[in-house]
Design a protein around this ligand. Sequence first.
Ligand SMILES: *Cc1c(COP(=O)(O)O)cnc(C)c1O
Length: 430
Amino acid sequence: MAQAEWLGRYGRGRSSRYDQGMPAQDSPSTTTALIHHAYTPPEDFAAPQPGVFKASTVIFPNVAAMRARDWKNKSGYTYGLHGTPTTFMLEERIATLEGGLQTVLVPSGLAAIANVALALLKTGDEVLIPDNAYGPNKALAEGELAAFGITHAYYDPMDVADLVARITGRTRLVWLEAAGSVTMEFPNLIAQVRLCRERGVLSALDNTWGAGIAFNAFDLDGQGLGVDVSAHALTKYPSGGGDVLMGSVTTRDEALHLKIKLTHMRLGLGVGANDAEAVLRALPSIGLRYRAQDQAARELARWCSGQAAFAQVLHPALDDAPGHAAWRAVCGAADARGDGAAAGLFSVIVDERFSASQVDAFCDALKLFKLGYSWGGPVSLVVPYDLASMRTQWPAHLARGTLVRFSLGLEAVADLQADLAQALAAALGG
Ligand SMILES: *Cc1c(COP(=O)(O)O)cnc(C)c1O
């Protein structure tokens, strides 16, 4: 192909001054020519990675097309906020990852939770939230939802009878989380979802931990029993880099999806194409990363179980962990070797003979584990939590002491174990 032809087809225009070695001129016609530029997206450019398409405005060929296109489905493009080829592609892939049919993208995992709540709840309704839920989900219920006249109650995630007792005629939505944030108890998800179905209450799972890999939220029992809605912080595993904030809401029911999509539009939620592309770029390796961090977390959780300073180690794959049998029931089949699957996270409860400031000193002494929120990225992270302030009461299945959560990055496990050992020796006499 001649150079001029190549330039004409792939971007720089038919009469580029640059290619003729002429300096650009700041005339009005140059300005117009720079905007109305002869660029045709390369249809025969079959690269493995999708392109990044950025738009607020989408140009229609004529008024009839402008009026005909429907922003509510993927039959055409109308406005950047309603979708671009890049965001549509990511929506399709997240739906595929999670076993859903429709997905909307939002600017964070928390926005996904809010999108679900605001789409499905109205004044007079009640939402039930597990007591070990992601903290800001509770904060949303206590803040905006309460102000809108939507009540909430916290249920014991480890006691299905407690959930049964709390469902009333006003209960519209039940949040589920497996495993629970920070304390990692795995609930009896199958019984919880079956109950919601029987009582005609919508169920929404915060699926960030399972990430579409540890279990299929839309088919928990292999016979099609599934949640109604899956909210996912793509910030964690799908991004994998610790550098993107994004969330998704996935469904299998068209009417439910449309409800969520309408609220999504009215709240003006959207994501940038560069962020969507970053997630698209990381998605092919999500399975490998998930398993690597799973293996590392289990290895270190087992090692921590042998350390005298830790009164309890919380990881659902440990035999004595709260909810271990429930974890095995839905995550046990996710691994061909029968090991099951789990996110690369675990917590320890530092024995109550150590003060909170000694635990802080332990966290400060860690060198490879960095102090920071979130997980799923390449860097291992640690956070001390004040559990008493996060739960309605101290759960009977948890030892007393100070909780520290670790999230595994991609460093060598031996180095991470050595880091834990030196911090234990320095701060907790271990
Ligand atoms: C991180 C997280 C969220 C929120 O995601 P952001 O993108 O940080 O808003 C929601 N749920 C769980 C379980 C999380 O871990």
